[in-house]
Design a protein around this ligand. Structure first.
Ligand code: ADP
Ligand code: MG
Length: 274
């Protein structure tokens, strides 16, 4: 991978030409829309202010986040780095509405999560946020295509729409030929590509990925980050990606560093390949 590495072939997903990524032909026509906003309505995709989250209470309490504030603009890929235990997972779970903070505010796509009840949070997670986990979290008895289709079933999308989009997404991540295979019949890298396709199924505005390369070898991990980079650029989705792999940070637009529950550094990504 050359230095810089912005633009060029990584912008492969837009335009609908038969471009190649991860050795797979991408043939879908044109970009498809992601999310509700088009970036012209002024608010950032994510705004976090004074976020606090502790586990337990009293002297044994663990203060996982101790006042975290930042913004993610629409279309940005922001990496959250920090060693194990620094609060990355806690932060992503809060931003995605999987967990509630002890203090502070989270706004996603213009919605203050504190204003949402159970139902609203469920809809947020189903329709506006896509999650990618370190352990892929695919359903073992379902095929790759069925796994990608799950979020659309939850939304009760029409079967024809679902099937078309599943096909599109699988070819986008280079797995058109593997649609009928179950997770156990796929490599780790392929499983994570299925998970990325699934996360995009309902056209989320925001993609949250928690150490998506943590179980992959270096080369496959790099390819996964490049896929995320291409998805963010090509589809106009916004992404917040936790990683402790320094070699992947150059693919981010910006890097936030967490240390013991506080942001110690916010910097543009270094552009030299790692
Ligand atoms: N459910 C939990 N109960 C108690 N402590 C937790 C829980 N989840 C996380 N922690 C603690 O909170 C801190 C931050 O954890 P986490 O957000 O998982 O960090 P990271 O993802 O960066 O490894 C750690 O000290 C961890 O042990
Ligand atoms: Mg974690």
């Amino acid at each position: 991978m050359g230095p810089g590495g912005r633009g060029g072939s990584r912008a492969a997903l837009s335009g609908g030409a038969g471009l190649r990524i991860l050795g797979a032909s991408l043939t879908y026509g044109g970009r498809f829309t992601v999310g509700d906003g088009d970036g012209r309505d002024g608010h950032p995709m994510v705004r976090v202010e004074g976020l606090r989250r502790s586990y337990g209470s009293g002297p044994a309490a663990v203060h996982a986040l101790r006042g975290v504030s930042f913004e993610v603009a629409r279309g940005e890929l922001v990496a959250v780095k920090g060693r194990s235990g620094s609060g990355k997972t806690t932060l992503l779970n809060l931003v995605g509405g999987l967990d509630a903070p002890d203090g502070g505010r989270i706004t996603v796509d213009g919605t203050d999560l504190a204003d949402l009840g159970e139902e609203g949070l469920l809809e947020l997670r189903r329709d506006r946020v896509g999650f990618v986990f370190q352990t892929f979290a695919l359903v073992p008895i379902l095929t790759a295509a069925e796994n990608v289709g799950v979020p659309m079933r939850l939304r009760r999308a029409a079967p024809a729409e679902r099937e078309e989009r599943v096909r599109l997404l699988l070819s986008m991540v280079g797995l058109a030929e593997h649609a009928e295979q179950r997770p156990a019949e796929l490599s780790g890298g392929q499983q994570q590509r299925v998970a990325i396709a699934r996360a995009l199924a309902n056209r989320p505005a925001l993609l949250l990925a928690d150490e998506p390369t943590g179980q992959l070898d270096a080369e496959t991990g790099r390819a996964m980050m490049e896929l995320l980079r291409a998805v963010v650029r090509g589809e106009g989705v916004t992404a917040l990606v936790a990683t402790h792999d320094a070699a992947l940070l150059d693919l981010a637009d910006r890097v936030l560093e967490l240390h013991d529950g506080v942001i110690v550094e916010s910097a543009p990504a270094v552009t030299a390949a790692g």
